[in-house]
Design a binder for this molecule. Structure first.
Ligand SMILES: [Zn+2]
Length: 272
């Protein structure tokens, strides 16, 4: 895979000599892994545009994080794509290795890079929008854009052409595993009220990308986008169950704050 074909430049900012060479080699390899998969090629082909080149460079600190988005190299310059990603942070002795046991879902090198490239894609297509509200049962996704990036990365994890993978990630707040009920078919739509509307908006924002993920990966273990395109009415109806689950979780949260369950239920459900 030649990153330049996709207008991607790997820039080892701040590194010299062997470290710089290793950085370029490692990032190129992780891009190659993404490119070998069906979902990875869909993403790369949808990002690819000469007017929006992407720079991948080391993350500025050693924290367990990476960032994807858009930037202006100078005031007034055109917006371009950027990913700050340091493979070492996600390695066996990197900063992410200090996380508690079980915090490993969606954390492999290429899974991290795929997630950040989804953020770049949303910027490249002018669709980046963190404003839509999440419902209570989706708060682990932090915001709409993280929800979209985690959703797509989980489809990448489910993609059978992706041979080495961790597992489905529960949200954006950490790297824990998705609960079996949420991972089940239609589970996303039943997990929280806003999920249906947010998936619908994403599909309307980026129809070429989402239809490709739906058509080429219709039969994988986890693909709520394919379920949305095939059964939109069912997904919408199931969001009623999502609303009830949101309320049940709100009651649990109040009970955890030592509010009696009967009082909590009355507050949330309006039950006398
Ligand atoms: Zn993110």
């Amino acid at each position: 895979m030649n990153p330049a074909q996709y207008f991607i430049a790997i820039n080892p900012v701040g590194l010299t000599g062997a470290a710089a060479t290793r950085y370029v080699r490692d990032v190129r390899e992780h891009l190659t892994w993404i490119h070998r998969t069906v979902s990875g090629r869909i993403l790369l082909n949808c990002i690819r545009r000469p007017s929006f080149p992407i720079e991948i460079r080391p993350h500025p600190t050693a924290e367990c994080n990476a960032v994807g988005g858009a930037e202006q190299k100078a005031a007034g310059a055109a917006w371009t794509g950027v990913v700050t990603y340091t493979p070492f942070a996600f390695s066996a002795h990197g900063s992410c290795a200090l996380l508690p046991a079980g915090q490993t879902f969606g954390r492999l090198w290429d899974e991290i890079l795929f997630h950040e490239l989804v953020h770049v894609f949303r910027n490249a297509t002018g669709r980046w929008n963190t404003a839509p509200a999440l419902s209570f049962g989706m708060r682990q996704y932090d915001d709409n854009e993280e929800f979209i990036a985690v959703l797509c990365s989980n489809i990448y994890v489910s993609d059978r052409s992706n041979r080495i993978k961790s597992g489905l990630r529960a949200g954006h707040a950490d790297f824990s595993a998705m609960a079996p009920a949420d991972a089940a078919r239609f589970g996303l739509f039943m997990s929280s009220k806003a999920a249906f509307g947010l998936v619908k908006q994403f599909c309307s924002d980026n129809p070429i990308f989402t239809k490709a993920l739906s058509d080429k990966l219709a039969d994988v273990e986890y693909n709520p986008i394919a379920d949305y395109y095939r059964y939109p009415k069912l997904c919408e109806t199931l969001s009623v169950i999502g609303d009830l689950k949101d309320r049940a979780r709100m009651i649990d949260a109040l009970v955890a704050m030592r509010i009696p369950r009967a009082v909590a239920a009355q507050l949330i459900m309006g039950i006398p």
